[in-house]
Ligand binder design. Sequence first.
Ligand SMILES: NC(=O)c1ccc[n+]([C@@H]2O[C@H](COP(=O)([O-])OP(=O)(O)OC[C@H]3O[C@@H](n4cnc5c(N)ncnc54)[C@H](O)[C@@H]3O)[C@@H](O)[C@H]2O)c1
Length: 355
Amino acid sequence: MSIEVVITGGAGRIAYALIPLILSGQVFGSTQKVSLRLLDVEFAAAKLVGIAMEIEDSNYELCAGLVATTDPQKAFEGVEVAILLGGYPRLPGMERKDLTTKNAEGMRDQARDLQAYGSSNVKVLVVANPANTNCLVAMKSAPQIPAENFTCLTRLDQERLRFFVASQANKSLASRGLSPSAQPSNVKGVAIWGNHSTTQVPYVDAATVVIDGNEQPATSFFVEEPAALDALVSGVQNRGAEVMKAQQASSGMSAANAIAAHLRDWLKPIDASSSSSDLEIFSMGILSNGNPYGVPDGLCFSFPLRRVPATGGFEIVAGLPISAKMQAQLDATVEELMGEIVDAATIVPSLVSKL
Ligand SMILES: NC(=O)c1ccc[n+]([C@@H]2O[C@H](COP(=O)([O-])OP(=O)(O)OC[C@H]3O[C@@H](n4cnc5c(N)ncnc54)[C@H](O)[C@@H]3O)[C@@H](O)[C@H]2O)c1
C-alpha cells in the first residue's frame, strides 16, 4: 500500500529539496511507496509541470503516483500526510503583521480544502511562516481534523542548535589539548521552545554530548567561556536571517532535511517495548493546552517531546529545569505568539476564542 502525501507550495524551493528525500525513502522508510501530490497556485503552474517532468525522469522506485496540480481537490483527495509549505515570503517594506494576515488567508484556505477532501486523520506539518501561528490557523480552520494531528516545524532550529553545540564542544576540547571529536549526531537533548522566530528559546541545559563513548553535560563545554552560551543562543535565533543574507533566499536544503527528521521522529512506527528513556528528545510546535510548564493554552508552541512507545504517540518531556533567565525568554516568546494571533484573528476570528 502506498502512503498518500501532499506538498503545498510544491513548486517552491523547499519542495525541490524535499521531493528527492521523500521519493528515495528517507522520510517514510526505504520500502514504503509514496503517492505524491504537489499543489501550487496558478502563477506557478508552469513550474509545477517542469518539476513533475523531473520527477518522472528520476524514475524513483518508491513513487507510486504523481499529481502536480493547482486544483486543491485533486491535491488533497484522501491524503494521509500534508506538508504545508504554501505561503508568500516577506517582501521589502512589508510589515510582519501584513505577512501574517496574507499567509493566514492562504493557510485557512489550504486547511479548509484539506478537511473537505483529505483523510479525516490526516497528519499535518505546517512549515510556511509564521509557522506556529499558521499551524493554529490551519487547526482552527479544519476543526474536524483532530487538533493533535497539527504540528509546525521548529526542527530546523533544533538541528542548527545541535551543530552549534558540537562546534563549541570541539572548540573547548581543542583548547584543553584534546581531540575535537564531537559530532552533531552525538549531541542529545537539545530542544527549541516557543516560536519559530528570533524569540525562540534554544535549550541546552539538559543536553549532553557523547565524546568517545562518555556522555558529558553540554554546559561543561561553556565553563571556560560562559559568554559563548549567549552567543550560541543568539546565533541559532538569527541563523535563518544569516542564511537569507548570504544566499538571498531562505533555507531550502536544511529546511527539507529538518522536515524529513520531523516526520520520521513523529510518525515512524516504534516498538512498544522500547524504553522511553532510550528515545531521543525532538522539538515540534504543538497545541500548548495542558502543558506542564505553565505556557498559556491556545498557542502553537514548540516543546521538547519524546515518543511514547506504549501508545505510539508523543508527550512533552516534563520536569526539565527552567532558570529565571529562561522563564523571561519563554514569557517573551509567548507574548510574541499572542500578538501574532491577534493579527491572524482578523482573518480567522476563532483564533482568539480561547485566549
Ligand atoms: N518553519 C521553518 O523552519 C521554515 C524554514 C524555512 C522556510 N520556511 C517557510 O516555508 C515556506 C516555503 O519556503 P520556500 O523557500 O519553499 O518558499 P518559496 O517561495 O520558494 O515557495 C513557496 C511556494 O508556495 C506557493 N504558494 C503560496 N501560496 C500558496 C497556497 N495558498 N497554496 C499553495 N501554494 C502556495 C508559492 O507559489 C511558491 O511556489 C515559506 O513560508 C518560508 O518562510 C519555514
